[in-house]
Ligand binder design. Sequence first.
Ligand SMILES: [Fe+2]
Length: 416
Amino acid sequence: MAGGAVRSGLAALAAAMSLAGAAAAETIHPWVVLGPDGAAVVRTATTDAACPRIRYDDFDRPMQVRVGPWQDYPHTVCEAPLPAIVRSVSFAGRPVPVPRPDPQRIVILGDTGCRIRGGFAQACNDPREWPFARLAATAAALKPDLVIHVGDYHYRESPCPQPSAGCEGSPYGYNWPAWRADFFEPAAPLLAAAPWVMVRGNHEDCRRAGHGWYRYLEPRARPVDCEAFTAPYRVTLGDFSLVVLDTAHALDQQPPQPLVDRYRPQIEAARALATPGSWLLAHHPLYAVFRFDGPERRPVETNATLLAAAEGLGPDPFPVVFSGHIHRFDVFRFAGPRPSQVIVGGGGTAVDGALGDGPPRYEIAGMEVAERVSEKGFLFLLLERDGAGWRATLHDVDGGTVRRCRLDGRNFTCPQ
Ligand SMILES: [Fe+2]
């Protein structure tokens, strides 16, 4: 009796393990992240015991373990450096994108996850209410050479509060199921279309989704624990360069002085990395207005940490700053020597209200705003080289044109 019970218990356990194994066995199609000086890394996540091999031109090469499974992250994340000399990459017979020098077509998007926090819930199951998957498919069809995500990937922080909210069954929390639902599944076509530059948002700070950030998206070596601050770096692709500034912990308002002091050398280091024409990428805007307050429509500047940290540093070397954080499309062009600030934060997360009209004349951090554009909605930007400048088209989720803009030097303009 006892032996039979043990045997049947073992059989049940073996069957359960086999079922669990069958259900969970999974290898994610590799994605490519650009890092310092254009050094690219190709990554995958697998439930297999060993990291797979990946095909570079005519050779299979091994991938190494970036990090093993941990708590609610069931995959081993594997990676391999992708040298510029490699012409083609494939995995399981499917192509993997390779970086191109002198990119001609660049998609910029940001703030893409489905927001569920406390009592607030976006209807994640309704593609009209949370359209990131549609937006990513549309952007992929435009065949970009490069994708820039300006941060905030993970938004499912709490359980769906009620079925009528349209998010029934959604995973939540800082784990793989939430990362998969918020990012890897909807972004799949766009991850397969081009290498990405990943900017870290405040949703990926160390109190929130920072562990997932370091597992999957941070381009450099993974620290042993979540690091609050990382050094700026420059991505170089032929004649084109970007400087990436990690602002994950920069408070929007009333920063304590030690935090300002922490970001000042970060901004100095980012400026020192600039080469002529380098774009700056920072999740939080450096020079923007979040809203206009009161009857006199006083501009509420943001980001207060970065504004205070940059005070007195002199002219900014970048022609343009691309950011997210505010969930709409905004442009601030200045009357003096300062980069245009462009915000592309309408990638799927619940949109913010329109900025509305400010006073006829106002300044941000002591410099007059010459032109301001603000568009509400689920939107992304496509930049295409055009002579010495760039044509910039603001698209909706179906590819419709919302605004036609241009970037020439530090002038980002969107004529009516
Ligand atoms: Fe943000």
